[in-house]
Design a protein around this ligand. Structure first.
Ligand code: HEM
Length: 705
């Protein structure tokens, strides 16, 4: 309030504003302070598994939902007056749905980043996105609920629950809830979403920062949005006021978060069944987020809801913005639309018919009927069949909220819907192998095969690495569980050259121990090989089950970032959730092709090749890198070379980092491993051990409650 008054007096000062904002945020002590840009080197282990040990809110998630209904949705607050919407009066439901959609809608399938897990929308860069205006206020509304439930409720879960509560309260469909989002401590994890220097480095977009609302060259996948600072598309259209280009743009950017046409139309039209847009005055007239009072031309509090400014568009889509229905689609189809400049000075649409109710549309809304034949058919279906819209919106909303949280085994709470189509491709969802096989004789058989043919060391180690390397900690996709490496698409990737042959080497062992899954066998063979090569003994965690197809790897092919290998390696390491040292260590995995080259260089003949020492795991790999040719120098430089140097000076450090990284990657996709005891503990000391424990997630008290 004080700040607004000062601004009104013309004392606006951006630096001071920032300071004050920081202070306000500190005082609230819940939204955390803004963080400066920092590197992405830190491993995100704490994000790994959630499991049953994670504390849930008292009374469960349904109690939180009820609190939102009782305490927030219709309780007007002076700092951000609720919209007065027919027929019910003050209502924050639309705002809270928009908050969750903007929190979750950053998700992109390209690298698994974005989404509401972590609640990164609380921090820059996301909180600064032009499209995220007024969402600070939405989060402030939720602070009493956060305070009531404390650490047992993450901001990520709360934001989703609040929107679910809003949808339910208005009669809309919510098909389930997956709890367990873990909050980030700062916005670093979404720096690659841009705008930021990290994003410009790895996935540059436009020569300079891309002007807001414009689709700039280079702003393509892996970026989630074609225009920076916007949630996907410019509401005024791309180009402004034109339906066809706008529809194309919507299709392109919604596909980047894994949405097909039906889900896209259902999400936009279903979302805009609720609430309204805010642009009652032109931007020059606003102070902070309030327009001058229409009657008195003053900015004095108490402000009214009609003074609130957000997007600059002044649109209410339906006559019932607090009830679930398909009026949005009927309105688009029933009226003839004329474009006008709204009171906020931006292009929007109103019906030409004088008898029409007081409704308006965005260019992006009309593009769902007038911009594309496929979209039009779907819109027509929803206009005539509310059940169809209800079913599709329910599914689309659940996917929107949940996709980035990964495999459903990570979900907390007892409100999961039936398995959704997008979950089927994520890997084994069924029970892990039971009863657990005895891994000791399996390991002996692997060891025997290595003793007989030392080149199997490189083959097994590489196969396990190829199998597990698809894992990414950003959305928990990929990994060796399921052994998708046996099928297309991953078996065909150039990076998996040789995998067919390596699998053949394991076939006799698989035949002998049919009770052991392929994925367990691949991991155990890799581990046995690494240890035989001189790696530190590692814990083994068994219990994987196999898929009968390779869908788990779809879309996870290694990507080239910024057209250079160095950047690609660096980015890939962070996406996996490895520290830089761990990621660099894994490069030294014995590899049959490299081993063969080394053999050739050293003049090793077929008879001497039987010597195991050719296949050792040691810092010698990095010594060789230092001496190697220019092709390799393209990526063996910078931070990678620095770490290589440290490894050269300290082999123990290298081996330690290697075994940490290897164990992590092989177990990263066993989501119920640590808590549900899926991991086999066996008596043989060489393979005994616990699954690496993830750092305790926030919310555990001393008793582990
Ligand atoms: C509000 C654009 C998709 C839910 C808005 C506003 C704009 C907008 C400009 C007004 C913000 C304000 O001034 O307060 C778009 C565009 C979309 C899109 C361009 C994609 C093409 C979605 C989706 C959902 C959604 C997928 C939810 C599933 C909402 C809701 C509001 C809203 C509930 C009302 C907020 C309130 O009442 O305060 N949208 N939107 N939108 N949007 Fe969307």
């Amino acid at each position: 309030e004080k700040k607004k008054k000062e601004n009104k007096d013309g004392k606006k000062n951006d630096d001071r504003d920032l300071q004050e904002l920081k202070q306000i945020k500190q005082e609230w002590d819940l939204l955390d302070i803004m963080s400066p840009e920092s590197t992405l080197d830190e491993p995100s282990y704490s994000n790994q598994n959630v499991g049953d040990g994670f504390a849930k809110p008292v009374g469960g998630y349904s109690a939180v939902r009820q609190d939102v209904i009782d305490m927030v949705l219709t309780s007007n607050q002076a700092f951000w007056p609720a919209d007065i919407l027919p027929p019910d009066g003050p209502n924050y439901s639309g705002l809270l749905i928009r908050l969750a959609w903007h929190c979750a809608g950053t998700y992109r399938t390209s690298d698994g980043r974005g989404g509401c897990d972590g609640a990164a929308i609380r921090f820059p860069p996301e909180s600064n996105w032009k499209d995220n205006k007024s969402l600070d206020e939405a989060m402030q509304l939720l602070i009493p609920i956060k305070e009531k439930h404390g650490d047992k409720l993450s901001w990520g879960d709360l934001i989703v629950i609040a929107a679910d509560a809003a949808i339910i309260s208005m009669g809309g469909p919510v098909i389930g809830f997956c709890g367990g989002r873990i909050d980030f401590q700062n916005g670093d994890q979404s720096l690659p979403l841009g705008p930021s220097s990290i994003q410009q480095q790895f996935m540059p977009c436009g020569p300079e920062q891309c002007p807001v609302g414009e689709v700039c060259p280079g702003c393509e996948s892996p970026l989630g949005t074609a225009a920076q600072g916007l949630m996907y598309v410019n509401a005024e259209g791309t180009p402004v006021g034109e339906f066809e280009g706008t529809a194309d743009n919507i299709r392109e950017v919604f596909a980047r978060m894994g949405f097909n046409d039906r889900m896209t139309v259902a999400a936009i039209g279903g979302g805009h069944a609720f609430g309204k847009c805010h642009g009652p005055c032109i931007e020059d007239e606003i102070i902070e987020t309030f327009c001058p009072d229409k009657d008195t031309n003053s900015y004095e509090p108490p402000y009214t809801w009609e003074q609130k400014y957000t997007s600059g568009l002044e649109v209410t889509w339906t006559t019932t913005p607090t009830s679930w229905d398909n009026e949005f689609f009927n309105n688009i189809l029933d009226f003839t639309w004329a474009n006008i400049t709204g009171p906020g000075g931006r292009l929007q649409w109103e019906p030409e018919e004088v008898t029409a109710p007081n409704i308006q549309m965005l260019t992006t809304d009309l593009a769902l009927v007038y911009g594309d034949a496929e979209y039009r058919m779907i819109s027509q279906e929803y206009a005539t069949n509310l059940n169809s819209l209800t079913a599709d919106f329910g599914t689309a909303w659940y996917q929107l909220m949940t996709r980035d949280t990964g495999n459903r085994q990570r979900c907390l709470g007892d409100e999961l819907p039936p398995i959704q189509p997008w979950e089927l491709a994520m890997g084994p969802l069924g029970p892990l192998t039971t009863p657990k096989p005895d891994y000791i004789p399996v390991r002996s058989a692997i060891q025997k095969s290595i003793d007989e043919k030392p080149s199997n060391i490189a083959a097994f180690a590489t196969l396990a690495s190829q199998c597990a390397t698809t894992f990414r900690s950003t959305d928990y996709l990929g990994g060796c569980n399921g052994a998708a490496i046996r099928y297309s698409p991953s078996i065909d990737w150039p990076t998996n050259t040789g995998a067919v042959d390596y699998l053949k080497l394991l076939e006799p062992i698989k035949d002998e121990f049919s009770e052991v899954s392929w994925s367990d066998l691949i991991v155990l063979a890799g581990q046995t090989a690494i240890e035989a090569a001189g790696g530190y003994p590692m814990p083994f965690c068994g219990g994987r089950s196999d898929s009968d197809k390779g869908d788990k790897s779809i879309g996870l092919e290694p990507r080239i970032y910024n057209n250079n290998k160095y950047d690609s390696i660096m980015y890939d390491i962070t996406n996996k959730g490895l520290s830089l040292a761990e990621g660099v260590a894994l490069m030294a995995t014995p590899d049959p092709i490299i081993a063969e080259l080394v053999n050739l260089e050293a003049g090793v003949t077929a008879s001497t090749r039987a010597n195991k020492s050719t296949y050792t795991l040691s810092n010698q790999f990095f010594v060789r890198m230092n001496e190697t040719d220019e092709d390799v120098m393209e990526w063996y430089k910078g931070d990678i070379a620095d770490i290589g140097e440290q490894f050269i000076n300290d082999n123990d450090y290298f081996l330690e980092q290697y075994s940490k990284a290897y164990t992590y990657l092989m177990t990263a996709d066993l989501f119920d491993g640590p808590t549900k005891n899926a991991c086999q503990k066996v008596d043989d000391p060489t393979i005994q051990g616990d699954t690496p424990k993830p750092t305790d997630p926030p919310g555990l008290d001393d008793d582990g409650d």
